[in-house]
Design a protein around this ligand. Sequence first.
Ligand code: ATP
Ligand code: MG
Length: 271
Amino acid sequence: MAKIIVVTSGKGGVGKTTSSASFASGLAMRGHKTVVIDFDVGLRNLDLIMGCERRVVYDLINVVNQEATLNQALIKDKHCDNLFVLPASQTRDKDALTEEGVERVLNDLKAMDFEYIICDSPAGIEHGAVMALTFADEAVIVTNPEVSSVRDSDRILGIIQAKSRRALNGGEPVKEHLLITRYVPKRVDAGEMLSYTDVQEILRIPLVGIIPESESVLHASNAGNPAIHIEGSEVSEAYKDVVARFLGEERPLRYTSYEKPGLLQRLFGGK
Ligand SMILES: Nc1ncnc2c1ncn2[C@@H]1O[C@H](COP(=O)(O)OP(=O)(O)OP(=O)(O)O)[C@@H](O)[C@H]1O
Ligand SMILES: [Mg+2]
């Protein structure tokens, strides 16, 4: 049975699209048939990060409005055989997403034997974000280690608990996962950034992973390459850990501590 996972945050620019692209790619690399949907109508950029923007002909709104079939709109990923992208419309309004339309598209994807349906949410708590989370079974809450991001994550947790189908039906609640991105251990050590334990204490949901801050993310995104594909990088390893933990494997946290340079290192260079 397909699982619908929303990648959401409340606050904008925290790394939802970056994480959706890498998480979906990671699931596909582990052999799971996966689709990643861009719900950011009007501001689409998942297709850029996935490197398939030139192949976009139809989009989510076309499928919702039955102007195109899923087979016409889905774009096969260039890295993974069992990964597909459903892009957002650049020209339409977010209100074009109707609840019935989105539900039908998700049901049709389930019927196509997708195992994981990843919904990249727009920022905020308005219509587009609510549409992305309404049908979710699980939610990845992307949070930066700073107060405003944590506060907005708390608000989106409230919205999930109030507005998701699972909440309305009174069944099993949406399973929540905390994903902390853009983490800089050195700045945490200096007291300039919240530590992951601070963030966890405030939000009180299980931690699925911590992604370090790295310039390589922007370079990879600009080249249409999800960060998980940056071979040997900490960011790639951290996203692979996230996928493994999501699939139920135990993985210790990595890249979270800062080793202060010793005296010799400080005198003779290094960190
Ligand atoms: N681990 C990271 N290290 C450094 N930069 C990162 C990292 N993750 C994301 N970024 C950068 O942060 C910016 C925002 O990322 P992204 O577009 O994924 O966020 P978003 O939450 O989807 O934004 P929006 O709310 O606008 O949809 C981008 O420039 C991206 O390259
Ligand atoms: Mg985004």
